[in-house]
Design a protein around this ligand. Structure first.
Ligand code: SF4
Ligand code: SF4
Length: 188
């Protein structure tokens, strides 16, 4: 199998603990890094297990016009058909942020929420190989200055597209309260 340039780079360990220690983990303190379906071997049962462990969340990449949201009467909800047909927005998975719910698709205000796997003494407690793909893709250049070998937004839109209905149904079936309790939203 021919590997892409990104895959070859990902095969090398891109982390630099010295730079990240000096930085203090600014990225991980802001929000968790993004996972790929390949982090779960594209296996929906593994995705369910990760969500049920309480360590992973479902998040949302919005489209620019915010058409992914719709209202039904006075209810605010997600437009599943837009998610399935547009390729401009997607649900996806990432580690949970500390103090946040499993369904974590609306971000209001500028407050940062550190990743559940991060603490200030050890940094990321996951071994490098077990970190989400788009966290492994970060190349630290100097403290707080990094590049990612991927165009993360484009990759998330591409890779998670086929899981939109599955993640939508997961929210409805198992985590509905996460969706409507804090903000009064609902999924129908
Ligand atoms: S140097 Fe970059 S990758 Fe390392 S902790 Fe800081 S922001 Fe994160
Ligand atoms: S999984 Fe690790 S690298 Fe990714 S945000 Fe969390 S603490 Fe940071």
């Amino acid at each position: 199998m021919i590997m892409s340039k990104e895959e070859q780079l990902l095969g090398c360990k891109l982390e630099d603990k010295t730079i990240c220690r000096e930085c203090g983990g600014r990225c991980c303190q802001t929000t968790a890094c993004e996972a790929s379906p390949y982090d779960f071997d594209c296996d929906r049962n593994k995705m369910i297990a990760a969500l049920e462990s309480g360590n992973y969340s479902i998040d949302l990449i919005f489209d620019k016009q915010r058409k992914v949201f719709k209202t039904i009467g006075n209810m605010f909800t997600l437009d599943l058909s837009f998610l399935i047909n547009s390729h401009e927005a997607t649900l996806y998975m990432r580690p949970r942020n500390q103090g946040k719910l499993i369904v974590d698709v609306i971000h209001i205000g500028n407050r940062n929420y550190p990743c559940i796997f991060w603490n200030k003494y050890e940094g990321c407690r996951l071994p490098y190989e077990e970190r989400p793909r788009y966290g492994r893709g970060i190349i630290p250049i100097s403290p707080g200055v990094c590049e990612n070998i991927y165009d993360t937004r484009a990759m998330l839109l591409k890779e998670w597209h086929e899981y939109n209905e599955f993640l939508f149904q997961m929210v409805k079936r198992y985590f509905d309260e996460d969706w409507y309790l804090p903000l009064g939203f609902t999924i129908r």
